[in-house]
Design a protein around this ligand. Structure first.
Ligand code: DX5
Ligand code: ZN
Length: 233
């Protein structure tokens, strides 16, 4: 297992800013502010207008983010044909690449390709998708990204169906699996997410809508940590 994955698990719960909600006209400055606020990993949402009804950004933006920071980059592919983009996003600087089970009923070759190219492999599932769909592939994953909204847009309300999935993955998944939750995470639900087993709390709107990123990250982290026993492994 990559040591940084172990390190994130040991220091969980960790708030992971989602750049989708940042001010793209000031991308470099936003990243500097997140570094100063204590961020360790950034979440980058790639949307293709097919798998999700929205477009976001692509490889040149990931390259630009990579040039401007040493933080870990977690690239969330919401695209119909992820197989064509594993290598380009890895070359652009992704440390972790996450694909959706809904794009491919057998994601094993994709997950293996991500690992073969030296990135950590993530698998995501939408709110209507049962955790049983991904269960056969967990040994091939470094991360599971549990969606708590239908992907495509920031600022949607949190769907608590994610909590049952997190609990199941925590109790039945491989011991070293990194668990992340994405969509509508805020001060009202962050503790429940962490208590259900999420190590990474992806936060867009609830962070970027605030002026003080450090205070907001500290507040969310404190709320999440209050419910979690320190990890022993
Ligand atoms: C949704 C994206 C999320 C989004 C989260 O499609 O995958 O990462 O940026 O943003 P909020 O926190 O606003 O729901
Ligand atoms: Zn995302």
């Amino acid at each position: 297992m990559d040591s940084w994955i172990k390190d994130l698990r040991l220091n969980a719960p960790v708030v992971e800013p989602s750049l989708l909600a940042c001010d793209f006209a000031r991308l470099g400055e936003e990243i500097r502010r997140l570094e100063e606020a204590g961020a360790r990993i950034l979440h980058l949402d790639i949307m293709d207008g097919h798998f999700v009804p929205n477009l976001s950004f692509g490889i040149p933006v990931v390259e630009a983010v990579r040039r401007s920071t040493h933080l870990l980059l977690d690239v969330h592919l919401m695209i119909t044909n992820p197989d064509a983009f594993i290598v380009p996003f890895r070359r652009a600087g992704a440390d972790l690449i996450t694909v959706h089970i809904e794009t491919d009923p057998d994601p094993r070759p994709l997950l293996r390709e991500i690992r073969r190219h030296g990135a950590a492999a993530g698998l995501s599932l939408n709110p209507p998708t049962s955790v049983s769909m991904i269960a056969p592939y967990l040994e091939e994953c470094d991360q599971v990204l549990v969606m708590s909204v239908m992907p495509g847009f920031g600022g949607q309300p949190f769907n608590p169906v994610a909590l049952d999935k997190l609990r199941w993955l925590r109790d039945h998944g491989p011991r070293n699996l990194l668990l992340a939750v994405d969509g509508g995470v805020n001060a009202q639900n962050v503790a429940a997410c962490a208590a259900a087993g999420a190590h990474l709390l992806v936060v867009g709107t609830a962070l970027f809508s605030q002026d003080d990123y450090r205070a907001t990250m500290n507040e969310l982290t404190a709320l999440a940590q209050a419910t979690v026993e320190p990890s022993k492994n």
